[in-house]
Write a new protein. Structure first.
Length: 328
């Protein structure tokens, strides 16, 4: 019997498979499309705190280099003033309002107007994330004390090297395979039903699927659906936020990233899942980790920070020991 099945041959699926193989597990990856999804949220930019991503890049011999990001000093001053004033506000009030509302409340009209005018796609993002989420991002991801790096390789180089490693370990990847249903057997093993394809029973299942695809499965209870609905999809035309060629060819990222205080750098994305305002994502993420003893949800939408590749990997790392324990 194969120890583990992974649904979704995307970045998180491939990483999950690598970690499982490293621990001696037999792995089957199932993908409904005809090829691997070569899409990684913000694979290009990362900072020194992104240890999981750095370890993966080093393991794959992916080239990256230091980059000295320039800050828009006025925007930085305005944001820092918001962060300082927010220290006196209880967390329960911060996750109940948007980051935009917090800024509107704490800033002068002129500073607030400057903020909205100079942050690219401000309304799409900062009006849809909680104040607590925004504060976390600026305190931990975007600040002048961080050392930043830029990946020199293309996104598909990372994906191809992950695939190369998995194939070398005899991992089976079933493309063009649409899973119709999933059942948990009395012995707690998992049966996956796919059209025109027989899938062996597994001890554990990792779901690297979007919220919409997750909710189509009948085994998910009403209460668990409520938890999984803690994120919502927003139609943010990410392809128009950035000029990929200028970033890749000229490293001209400061105008897009820091000067605009906008850390979103998705690849081929037309929508993003963001945590709902009013949701304490720390508590909800803990609930999602423990929804099942043998089914593990590892979609980037439920990560601590959806805007960086590192947190897609961290989402798996947080449940790694539980997965290995289940399969051994």
């Amino acid at each position: 019997m194969n120890n583990i099945i992974i649904l979704g041959c995307n970045f998180s699926g491939l990483y999950s498979a690598m970690k499982c193989v490293d621990n001696g597990l037999d792995v089957i990856i199932i993908e409904r499309n005809s090829s691997c999804c070569e899409e990684i949220i913000n694979y290009k930019i990362f900072n020194k705190q992104h240890t999981h991503y750095i370890q993966l890049l080093n393991r794959l011999s992916i080239k990256y280099s230091s980059y000295n990001l320039c800050f828009n000093e006025k925007l930085l001053f305005i944001i820092n003033s918001v962060l300082q004033k927010a220290k006196h506000i209880p967390s329960k009030f911060l996750y109940m309002q948007t980051f935009d509302k917090l800024c509107y409340t704490l800033l002068s009209q002129s500073d607030y107007s400057y903020l909205k005018k100079n942050i690219n796609k401000y309304d799409n993002i900062y009006c849809n994330i909680s104040a607590l989420y925004g504060i976390y991002m600026f305190n931990n991801e975007i600040n002048s004390n961080n050392e930043f790096f830029i990946v020199d390789e293309d996104c598909n180089v990372i994906i191809n090297k992950m695939l190369e490693y998995l194939y070398s370990k005899n991992v089976i990847i079933k493309f063009n395979t649409d899973v119709r249903d999933i059942t948990i057997e009395p012995d707690n093993n998992i049966t996956v039903f796919a059209k025109y394809c027989t899938i062996p029973v597994a001890k554990a299942l990792i779901l690297n699927l979007s919220k919409d695809n997750l909710l189509r499965f009948k085994f998910i209870s009403k209460d668990n659906r409520r938890i999984l609905n803690s994120v919502s999809k927003y139609n943010i035309d990410c392809n128009n936020i950035y000029n990929d060629n200028s970033i890749i060819n000229e490293h001209n990222i400061q105008n897009h990233l820091i000067n605009n205080l906008n850390i979103v750098y998705p690849i081929k994305k037309t929508s993003l899942y963001l945590w709902n305002v009013g949701i304490n994502n720390i508590i909800v993420r803990e609930k999602i980790k423990n929804l099942y003893s043998n089914i593990f949800i590892c979609n980037e939408a439920y990560s601590k920070n959806v805007f960086f590749a590192n947190y897609t990997l961290e989402l798996y790392e947080e449940i790694h020991n539980k997965i290995i324990s289940r399969c051994h």
